[in-house]
Ligand binder design. Structure first.
Ligand SMILES: *Cc1c(COP(=O)(O)O)cnc(C)c1O
Length: 431
């Protein structure tokens, strides 16, 4: 595929974007470039690369040809201008904030986030002198009110993990835009097949590629995709991107690289100095996964709809939070923003409470009890005793992971088999 191939559909791009036959061997599949370093043509070539005057490969902490294919594929699928891959989804979140933040500055974030993200934002980023302000993103005015002169970004998930909550991205993007701030959207649960946040006004999109993008539970990985749309020089609030960079002889990233400033900064400073690099093996597995992303997401969504409908009709269940159900408060918003469906992730509340939840996860046979989601296999977890364990009960409930809640990640198996398994496990859990 050539570099600019406008007009190709998603199914074509998920197979081809960023990849071409290997120039050295003609290998049709993207080779795993398992190398640490790359030979310079001569001393001048090396100097030009180190000065960022020429783009090329130096050392695999910064760039690697296999990882570069994945970066281009993700930028294309999300509709961005560039992307930087990282070692995990959590690494991607730090990489997204790193050029924007500094000591004393804050980020306004949704209360409905992956449990690990809540811990990362409420505890760990304080060590950098950064802070997070948690707000209910259904209250758009509260989001606006939480922004002050020290805010540098707004952060939310498109479809929030552990499931069922759908963010009104255009409304949140309008708030961020009015405040002159970038909107960062974690699009892990939706994937670019179901939602492209940049089309709804996001500045940066982050993913845990560990989940649906790789799709089979083999590797951890993350990515930050840049829309290329934000004016980093407009307000003076983003000096890392707009002001001279001492480590590169006073180069100004925004002035020099234009709409690729964020991407270049993330590689030349972020990966160089933070070292949260994706390895070429992981990029290979993720590229393999993405080739079938749309097919899997269709099946995940279809299966989730069937299983959620069955569960909602079952008297042992107190609530099902799937946004594809007409009973969901987010059903209309989901239909507007996610016309292809809302993925494979939702939660159920059991009438039997905490004890019944534990018994349910222990009694399931096809579903695996693991701290993961977005696998071809169906997975289940009791968030309150695991991923959301570090949170207070109040935070758990705000995040949709109260003590009586089980998170379900529906795989691509036969929906009838999944329903049979849930039926027998519910019988044991409520006996
Ligand atoms: C898993 C997950 C993360 C963290 O990603 P890792 O690859 O595990 O570091 C972040 N956000 C969401 C929505 C996730 O599901």
């Amino acid at each position: 595929m050539t570099d600019d191939a406008p007009g190709y559909g998603f199914d074509t791009l998920q197979v081809h974007a960023g990849a071409r036959p290997d120039p050295a061997t003609g290998a049709r599949q993207t080779p795993i470039y398992q190398t640490t370093a790359y030979v310079f043509r001569d001393a001048d070539h090396a100097a030009a690369l180190f000065n960022l005057q020429e783009v090329g490969y130096i050392y695999s902490r910064l760039t690697n040809p296999t990882v570069a294919v994945l970066q281009e594929r993700m930028a294309t699928l999300e509709g961005g201008v560039g992307a930087v891959c990282c070692s995990s989804g959590h690494a991607a979140q730090i990489m997204a904030l790193f050029p924007l933040m500094g000591p004393g500055l804050n980020v306004v974030v949704s209360t409905r986030l992956y449990g690990g993200s809540i811990t990362q934002f409420s505890q760990t980023i304080k060590r950098f002198g950064w802070s997070a302000r948690f707000v209910d993103f259904d209250d758009v005015e509260a989001v606006a009110a939480a922004i002050d002169d020290d805010t540098r970004a707004v952060f939310c998930e498109s479809i929030a993990n552990p499931g069922g909550y759908v963010t009104d991205l255009p409304a949140i993007a309008a708030v961020a835009d009015k405040a002159g701030l970038p909107l960062i959207v974690d699009n892990t649960s939706a994937t670019p097949y179901l939602c492209k946040p940049i089309e709804h006004g996001a500045t940066l999109v982050v993913h845990s590629m560990t989940k649906y993008l790789t799709g089979n539970g083999t590797v951890t990985g993350g990515v930050v995709v840049d829309s290329g749309r934000f004016d980093w020089s407009a307000s003076g609030k983003f000096p890392s991107l707009s002001e001279p960079e001492p480590a590169y002889h006073g180069l100004k990233f925004h002035e020099t690289f234009g709409n690729l400033a964020f991407t270049f900064h993330s590689i030349a400073i972020g990966l160089r100095d933070l070292g949260m690099t994706m390895n070429p093996q992981a990029a290979h597995y993720t590229l393999m996964g993405i080739e079938t992303l749309s097919l899997r997401m269709q099946r995940h969504t279809e299966n989730a709809q069937k299983v959620a409908e069955w569960l909602e009709a079952d008297p042992r269940i107190a609530a099902v939070t799937y946004a594809g159900l007409p009973s969901s408060p987010y059903h209309d918003r989901a239909a507007r923003l996610f016309p292809k469906g809302t993925g494979g992730l939702f939660t159920i509340a059991l009438k039997g409470g905490y004890a019944a939840c534990v018994k349910l996860v222990e009694s399931l046979e096809l579903f695996s009890h693991v701290a993961n989601l977005g696998d071809t296999r169906s997975l289940v977890i009791h968030s309150a005793s695991t991923t959301h364990r570090q949170l207070t009960e109040e935070q758990q409930i705000a995040a949709g992971a109260g003590p009586d809640v089980v998170r379900i990640s529906i795989g691509i198996e036969d929906a009838d088999d999944l329903i049979r398994d849930l039926d027998q496990a519910l019988a044991k859990a409520t006996a």
